[in-house]
Write a protein that binds this ligand. Structure first.
Ligand code: LRH
Ligand code: MN
Length: 381
């Protein structure tokens, strides 16, 4: 119970805006029109779950005149501003790359964008600069793979030089999209190499939707924890590609296996340096309840991982008893932890059923009635 009540999950501001696919973005009534309304919605998730006290921002999607005012607004709603995400995937200049671009002028522009994000972090009190590069190639020969890595290392070093002592760069990898031949940060190894080259304040972000099908993600988690370079998760789930579905929806057993490695490495502690974030898009489902359900899915996977009888597991592993060791894990996974979590919420003064509590709050009716006019926030808005 203590470990579960200390767990915190960071929510993505962009999950509360409209989102979709290249085929269609379905607008939803009551969607926020600005970062202030996004934060107000995110705060409802924390209000009913008690474990989602931070909201990550994306720049320029969450650009405002006064970031200190935005941070104060968040505080008024009982949450804080988390990681600041740079955006290098919506500017024409970055078509052929950003920090990897052959043209030094474009690279300098990309570095400047990150230094601007660092200023925003100083205004919001954020500590993590989250960098995901859309950079890559669509055709063999389009550019020099090695030269792009050298440019990337140089650009990241310029950004790293701008960090304050308590800042971190968290570098996200992705094996394909928007490039379809090679991505310049395609896998955990490449991100780790760049982080090791940069220094102690550079860590890897593992987005659960960014691996080739069949990848053993919990192995990557175990390895990055082993070398002390797992900085954050972007939690979501997928059946095929970077589907950004609710975490635990497509593969709850995988999420359990990931949390099993986290608990095993004692990395659930708030000071473990691992930032547990969501990175999702709710294209057809109501966004605030979807975030609540996602947070609950992580709590369930975490509770099951905390229930693993570690002594029995180690004993069976040492004995080479394959069935017994696997059985210990499956016992925990097959345990219904929902009553335990309901008890936890009651002990926190919360409704044991956050979904029911949010529905009963009438918040959705209020925002649908209030948020008339103005441009709804959303991908590419
Ligand atoms: C890229 C990504 C990245 C964010 C974006 C919203 O696919 O996972 O973390 O910048 O989604
Ligand atoms: Mn991500």
């Amino acid at each position: 119970m203590a470990a579960l009540s200390a767990q915190t999950i960071e929510l993505p501001s962009w999950a509360f805006g409209n989102s979709g696919t290249r085929f269609k973005v379905f607008a939803q009534a009551g969607v926020p029109r600005d970062p202030f309304e996004k934060i107000a919605d995110a705060a409802q998730v924390h209000r009913h779950t008690g474990v989602a006290p931070r909201v990550s921002l994306h720049i320029p999607w969450d650009k405002v005149e006064d970031y200190a005012a935005l941070a104060a607004h968040a505080k008024d709603h009982g949450v804080t501003i988390g990681a600041i995400n740079s955006n290098l995937f919506q500017d024409d200049d970055y078509m052929l790359g950003s920090l990897t671009h052959p043209d030094a002028r474009v690279r300098a522009k990309a570095v400047a964008h990150h230094l601007e994000c660092l200023d925003i972090m100083r205004a919001t009190g954020s500590k993590d600069l989250k960098i995901w590069l859309p950079d890559g190639l669509n055709y063999p020969g389009q550019d020099d793979l090695r030269a792009r890595q050298d440019r990337l290392a140089e650009g990241l070093a310029q950004v790293y030089a701008g960090l304050d002592p308590d800042h971190r760069i968290i570098l996200e990898y992705k094996f394909f999209e928007p490039a379809f031949y090679s991505m310049d940060v395609p896998d955990w190894g490449t991100s780790l190499l760049h982080c090791l080259a940069l220094g102690e304040q550079a860590m890897v972000v593992l987005d659960t939707g960014h691996h080739a099908p069949g990848t053993n993600i919990e192995f990557i988690v175990a390895q990055l924890l082993r070398v002390g370079r797992l900085g954050a998760f972007d939690f979501n789930s997928r059946f095929y590609a970077d589907d950004d579905l609710m975490v635990g929806a497509a593969d709850p057993f995988q999420l359990f296996r990931i949390m099993h490695e986290i608990v095993g490495a004692d990395a659930l502690r708030p000071d473990s340096g691992v930032n547990f974030m969501l990175d999702q898009c709710h294209n057809i489902e109501p966004k605030i309840p979807a975030q609540i359900r996602s947070v609950m899915n992580i709590q369930e996977a975490t509770a099951k991982a905390l229930l693993v009888d570690r002594d029995a597991l180690v004993a069976a592993q040492q004995a080479g008893d394959v069935l017994a060791s696997n059985g210990v894990l499956m016992d925990a996974y097959n345990t219904d932890v929902r009553p335990l979590l309901a008890q936890l919420r009651e002990s926190q003064g919360l409704d044991p059923d956050p979904m029911r509590a949010f529905a009963a709050s009438g918040y959705t009716d209020t925002i649908v009635a209030e948020r008339v006019g103005g441009a709804q926030a959303g991908w590419g808005a």
